[in-house]
Design a protein around this ligand. Sequence first.
Ligand SMILES: [Fe+2]
Length: 307
Amino acid sequence: MSDNAIATAAAQISATRASAVVPVVTTFFDEATFTATHVVHDPATLRAAVIDPVLDFDQASGRTSHASADRVIAHVEAHGLTVDWLLETHAHADHLSAAPYLKQRLGGQIVIGAAIRTVQNVFGKVFNEGPAFARDGSQFDLLMDDGHAFRVGEIEAVALHVPGHTPACLAYVIGDAVFVGDTLFMPDYGTARADFPGGDARTLYRSIRRLMALPDETRVFLCHDYKATGRDQFVWETTIGAERTANVHVHEGVSEDEFVAMREARDATLGMPKLILPSIQVNMRAGHLPEPDSNGVRYLRLPVDLL
Ligand SMILES: [Fe+2]
């Protein structure tokens, strides 16, 4: 079966590696949510993309804050970067997005996968949203489908639709680097859960196999790391070759049925992420909080005995 988007991405990766200009990646790791936010820039033009920025949120007090996002802003300003893109790999369930805050401070378009509409429909029902909550993705500046081509400065980029963890997951291939979101973790840790509403282990396996068709030397950047047993450092960068040969859940040779059985058994043992309810309510709105109530205060809802 021909896979044009993967072929395009593979050609782009090889061409980037043969050229003098590869994207510069700087990562900010948030230990509160184990999230890696990446700033990717073209060293020739200093145009940049920020991937999966974190808004700090204290659940107990209901307070948001910006220390994590401000570190990204300081980096962008110190290096004279211009941010064109604020890229979300998916509607995260474990942290709130700082994309609107960064957009206000730095500019850039907020992007997510076109299947966010599916996520908005599913969670619009979970939170019993009224008609004021649009389910057409219009809270975002741009929705990308599989194969959507774009640029970071002069560096070519392409989005890949990699559903499974969520229906709307995108991987962004920028130059010779792929930002895989939660499709893959480090080889020694494995893969992300596929049991959220709209998730599917079989679909995730197929998305991972697509990514593994990219060149072995492709740089892979993750959205999370949790330190595998026996490792005491957070790591968020690996390669397609390392994932293909050594990923403990899904290395070459693990069949689709074996993966699905392992993933579903493991997911059945996992509790909900601590911040899933606030995160999804905010992230399905492109990182915006719900509209204020009549007293001017914004509220987040908590469905009881539903999930
Ligand atoms: Fe996730």
